[in-house]
Design a protein around this ligand. Structure first.
Ligand code: G3P
Ligand code: CA
Length: 256
């Protein structure tokens, strides 16, 4: 692994916008993703869950309380019920009126951009859905011709190895990222060819990145918002940075 940063390696790092440009905008809203595209993000990260009526929606938490004016568990609410809530006002009055985002609408937004913009899709708590979440995700991706991974636009991520294994069976061409929050078992290629340690893990144990790379895994780190953490990731040879602040990170990488 490279031990020093250089302008070439810094600029080559991919920048993935975590929940959109979510430092300034309400996470997972169309406004946050439009801003991320305008900010130069290479790809958009989103968490997906199934609504009670089987629609794939972009929501991080199990419940809607933190990010909307509604109440309840996402998987117990229909899309129509979710769509009645305001998902923007909690971030500031100027964001009022933002609605829950269907994964399919995010996909359309990425495809409509005037340059290739990727999607890094994280399945949330897929074990509770008995495989329906992965099946619905792959169904939607197939509808748009994106499930075979040939154009490199979509990658899937999960903290669950079972979920990645299921996704790999349904869509073996999709790059799969095993997310690591604590020191867990290493991902197993080919079910996961990428490892995604959190920045806390990398700060505590910077050698982890090199060890993962030595296993042939590509490494992405989340959620990297501080300049010194960006610098650390570049120095360690991290390929992809996931950040709430895509514009600031893009600017820092360009300046290095
Ligand atoms: O990109 C990975 C990261 O999003 C995982 O953590 O809690 O933000 O979904 P979380
Ligand atoms: Ca996530």
């Amino acid at each position: 692994a490279p031990t020093t940063s250089s302008p070439r390696t810094a600029r080559a790092v991919r920048v993935v916008a975590h929940r959109g440009a979510s430092h300034e905008h309400p996470e997972h809203t169309i406004g946050a993703y439009r801003q991320a595209i305008a900010d130069g993000a290479d790809a958009l990260e989103c968490d997906v869950r199934l609504s009670a009526d089987g629609r794939l929606v972009c929501v991080h938490d199990r419940t809607v309380e933190r990010t909307s004016d509604g109440r309840g568990v996402v998987s117990e609410l229909t899309y129509e019920e979710l769509a009645a809530f305001d998902f923007g006002g909690w971030k500031g009055a100027e964001h009022r009126g933002a609605r829950v985002l269907l994964f399919e609408d995010l996909l359309k937004e990425a495809l409509a951009a005037d340059r290739p913009v990727g999607l890094a899709v994280e399945t949330k708590h897929p074990t509770r859905s008995g495989g329906r979440l992965e099946a619905e995700l792959v169904r939607v991706l197939k509808e748009y011709g994106l499930a075979d991974g040939s154009d490199g636009r979509v990658e899937v991520m999960s903290f669950s190895r079972n979920a990645l294994t299921r996704l790999h069976r349904l869509a073996p061409g999709l790059p799969a990222v095993y997310l690591m929050e604590r020191r867990l078992r290493a991902p197993r290629p080919p079910f996961a060819g990428h490892a995604g340690p959190g920045i806390d893990l990398v700060r505590r144990d910077p050698g982890l990145v090199g060890r993962l790379r030595a296993k042939g895994l590509r490494v992405r780190v989340w959620t990297v918002d501080e300049p010194e953490d960006v610098e650390l990731c570049v120095r360690l040879g991290v390929e992809t940075i996931i950040t709430n602040r895509p514009r600031a990170v893009r600017e820092q990488l360009g300046a290095q």
